[in-house]
Write a protein that binds this ligand. Sequence first.
Ligand code: 4NP
Length: 170
Amino acid sequence: MDLPPPRRPDAPYSVALVCLGNICRSPMAHVVLQDRVEAAGLAPRVLLRSAGTAGWHVGRPMDRRAAATLTAAGYDASRHRAHQLSADDAQDSDLVLAMDSSNLADLAALAPDGETRSRLRRFRDFDPEGPGDVPDPYYGDESGFDEVLAMVERTADALVRRLAAGWASA
Ligand code: 4NP
């Protein structure tokens, strides 16, 4: 899957991670990808944000099961507060990663222009085990959160390798 080029070559590369509620999947992806970006020394050049297409949980911390799964794996889940994606947020991003196909369809409807639509991808388009949806764990049991973490970790590793390689290899 190609990586869209930066909108402004002199600015940090801005990546938005998007799910429905911004309390489970995209916050988990945000925390893990931030960890990988920092470990790769890319932190000044890659800016991350996460958001939901829906606004139901705006201002709240992540789901306690998502936070517990991250904490048990050694990540800091405490700083997240839910945010709803605006059209401006999408227009300000170089790459917008939807957690599932339904989020992707919602993003396509929200995107204000074709340039922004061309920057939409599914997060798992970069999964080395193949593309697909990150399943919504909200209505399931705890095991769903472990499954999300495993998908997010391997995809974040692959995505950071792509970001480190730059756009010539896209
Ligand atoms: P997320 O999960 O999109 O991964 O944050 C959900 C969170 C909340 C709801 C649905 C999915 N909800 O219906 O409130």
